[in-house]
Design a protein around this ligand. Structure first.
Ligand code: G3H
Ligand code: 13P
Ligand code: NA
Ligand code: ZN
Length: 328
């Protein structure tokens, strides 16, 4: 059944688990997530970005979401808009059957310019007002995602803030977080603590200097009942990098967010964990492998099936690691 983010994260808080939010753009990714959820009896969050909506079309996405809910009636599924950039984007998602929307007011509508307090509170309030009238949940974001190593916003294939950012912008201020939730009444709060979107998050295995889990602990101590969201939470596993590079890929060595750091977050109020890059890499590694081992192959099912299975494995690992397994 389709459920809201609020319903799901309230249950997660009560039972001490986290829920991965996996991005989709196509049928294979939707099927991969549901196969994993089914195998371990877990609830899931399926999220679509603005890019996914323009890639797949809202009508196609709506029917895919309907289809997977019908295929797996006993799996609770939250259908979430990832990084809505303005209230209108959130409204059209609600009209398309999303049960939850993210109003990301940490950046202006251009998705690049860091926003000020009044702008963020203003747009977030506007979306919460409308969404809550219809029983739809809202995720807000305070703080700008980006690297504490370089001070840069998003890099490579990720998107986000442009130009150099200060530590003040890159780390959510715990006092402001309390005030933000009070003023906006968001159902979940995304915070900034050193992660960024895409594969190139850290130039070495991250320690406390570049991945500020203490910020999460501070915020959780001040408001233990608020559901926190970690964006940019792909772990960028070495084995997935190796498969891609073994079959013609050229990804420079990189590090993501270690699973044990996410587990530490879950002990401190993190309830939603956003993962896209790991799944993209799992899929691409298999497609590269099959096409290079079987250069005569031209039936897309021959490489899309192993790609889907690799994504299912990744999703299943995270559902087990975040203790989502068994909670459906
Ligand atoms: O926020 C980043 C997600 O990975 C979605 O990425 O905007 O390229 O679909 P996208
Ligand atoms: P990754 O790029 O680390 O998978 O993060 C995805 C994300 O935060 C989507 O909102
Ligand atoms: Na989101
Ligand atoms: Zn994100």
């Amino acid at each position: 059944a389709r459920i809201t983010l609020r319903q799901l994260l309230d249950h997660a808080a009560e039972h001490d688990y986290g829920v991965p939010a996996f991005n989709i753009n196509n049928m294979e990714q939707a099927l991969a997530i549901m196969a994993a959820a089914d195998a371990v009896e877990a609830p899931v969050i399926i999220q679509a970005s603005r890019g996914a909506r323009s890639y797949a079309n809202d009508i196609m996405l709506r029917h895919m979401m309907d289809a997977v809910v019908e295929m797996y009636p006993y799996i609770p599924v939250c259908v979430h808009l990832d990084h809505g950039n303005e209230p209108g984007t959130c409204v059209t998602a609600m009209q398309s059957g999303f049960t939850s929307v993210m109003m990301d007011g940490s950046l202006k509508a251009d998705g690049k310019t860091p926003a000020d307090w009044d702008y963020n509170v203003g747009v977030t309030n506007k979306v919460v007002g409308m969404a809550h009238l219809g029983g739809i949940s809202v995720e807000g974001e305070l703080g700008v995602l980006g690297s504490l190593e370089t001070g840069m916003g998003e890099k490579e294939d990720g998107h986000g803030a442009e130009g150099k950012l200060s530590h003040d912008q890159l780390l959510t201020n715990p006092d402001e977080a309390v005030k933000f939730v009070k003023e906006t009444k968001v159902d979940a709060l995304a915070i900034a603590m050193g992660t960024s979107h895409g594969a190139y998050k850290f130039s070495r295995k991250p320690d406390g200097d570049v991945l500020a889990m203490n910020v999460i602990e501070d915020i959780h101590r001040r408001m233990p009942h608020v559901h926190l969201v970690m964006h940019g939470s792909s772990s960028v596993p070495q084995d997935l990098q190796d498969v891609i590079n073994a079959y013609g890929g050229k990804m420079p060595q990189t590090w993501g967010v270690p699973v044990e750091e996410i587990q530490r977050g879950i002990k401190n109020g993190v309830r939603k964990i956003n993962i896209d890059t790991d799944n993209r890499m799992a899929i691409t590694g298999q497609i590269r492998k099959i096409l290079s081992e079987h250069p005569g192959e031209f039936d897309p099912r021959k490489y899309l099936k192993p790609a889907t299975d690799a994504m299912t494995k990744l999703c299943r690992d995270r559902l087990e690691q975040f203790n989502t397994a068994g909670k459906a």
